[in-house]
Write a protein that binds this ligand. Sequence first.
Ligand code: HEM
Length: 169
Amino acid sequence: MSTPRAYRALQAEINAGIASGAISTPISNAEANELPYLQGVILEGLRLHPPFTGLPFKVVPPEGDVMDGRRVPGGTLVAPNFAATGRHREVFGEDADVFRPERWIEAEPGRRMEMRRVAEMVFGYGRWGCAGKMIAFLELNKVFVEVSLSFVLVSFSGPLSLRLSEVRR
Ligand code: HEM
């Protein structure tokens, strides 16, 4: 909503998908996975605005551990900072602070996989990782397309030069 260029590009992909029959009503999860711009929007949203903003602390076992080459004593609380991992310049590029879904389309497959692994950190990993991750992706895959059928979304938090006639089918 606060990146009108991306909003228009997403709406164009949705409109084209409906016109060609690639999108059913309601859209299926498999169909959504085939929409590259939608996937970029979802992953940019997750990495720049992690829905879970707390620190999911874990306790280092009594014998201690080695993390990133550093010895960490037993009993230490450690947690990932999702706000930082999602904006890692080495992973997402120098423009990591910018909402730019195209980065997911441009990236080579190996790089895209690495970006995805880091973006998905917002769900945690391993034993304590989010048990609802697949349901969350299923919901994200559907919500933007379905909402776009009935509504034009407008952001009140920033400048918006979106002309309704441009996004309405
Ligand atoms: C975008 C949406 C979501 C995000 C970002 C998210 C994120 C997280 C995070 C960060 C954790 C803790 C991981 C840790 O402690 O290391 C977690 C745990 C969990 N989440 Fe989610 N979650 C989402 C949606 C959902 C949904 C839709 C469900 C259920 C349908 C769900 C069910 C759970 C459960 C059951 C746990 C606890 C897993 C365990 O302790 O074994 N989550 N989630």
